[in-house]
Design a protein around this ligand. Structure first.
Ligand code: T46
Length: 198
């Protein structure tokens, strides 16, 4: 005789929050510790260590302000390789270096900043419309990237002029209060107006 079907109780009221999609073309709110470049900030991850080693934790809302749809990692990068050289129209990302280190140059169209990333708990949150270049990779570098959406080539702006044009079209080329004072940061410098594709 067949076993009676198990009747499962109804699920408890779900703690999962409903995430409303951000309208395309809008910039998500700031999150983390600002840098000298607009739409770029530092996020502090959690590290839990004991005699067995360390856990590095990135959790929604505490360390990462978006739902992660994709993870990828940069590994085996030769020290003379240049990666990046593009911006994203919509994508948000958090970059975390778990081993080694590399130089990340970020550029909002008005200011550029060079950040050497080599701390496991210091991630960088890149909102949309930030030009980025990655170079000077140390041997054995492992960089994990948490991304807000699946891979979509159409989201890339892979030449600097298109990036500038998109900034203008979206009104993101105008100075904002957030950018005042960035000149005081030594590693931040204005973008050369004659700058072309990086
Ligand atoms: C970024 C920096 C930090 C895929 O098919 N799926 C993927 O998820 C990714 C990230 C890439 N690709 C393809 C696209 C290219 O044909 O892999 C190839 C290499 O990608 P790309 O030249 O864009 O790699 P990077 O290191 O210059 O840039 C990557 C990310 O693409 C980019 O979003 O912010 O890392």
């Amino acid at each position: 005789m067949a076993e009676p079907a198990t009747v499962l109780p109804p699920p408890p009221s779900s703690p999962v929050r409903l995430v409303t999609a951000r309208p395309r073309g809008t910039i998500p709110p700031p999150f983390g510790e600002p840098t000298g470049v607009r739409r770029v900030s530092f996020v502090e991850l959690q590290k839990i260590g004991d005699a067995r080693g360390d856990l590095v934790v990135a959790e929604l809302d505490k360390h990462v302000p978006f739902l992660v749809e994709r993870m990828y990692a940069l590994v085996n990068v030769p020290s003379n390789a240049d990666r990046g050289g593009h911006a994203h129209k919509e994508l948000e990302q958090v970059l975390v270096v778990l081993s080694g280190g590399f130089e990340l140059v970020v550029d909002d169209g008005a200011h550029r900043q060079s950040i050497f990333l080599d701390e496991q708990t210091r991630g960088v949150y890149l909102r949309p419309m930030v030009w980025r270049e990655l170079r000077r990779f140390r041997p054995g570098t492992v960089c994990v990237v948490l991304a807000s959406s699946v891979y979509e080539e159409g989201d890339y702006l892979r030449d600097y002029d298109s990036f500038k044009a998109e900034l203008r079209a979206r009104g993101l080329d105008r100075p904002s209060p957030a950018s005042s004072g960035v000149h005081r940061l030594s590693s931040v410098y204005p973008v050369d107006p004659a700058r072309r594709t990086g």
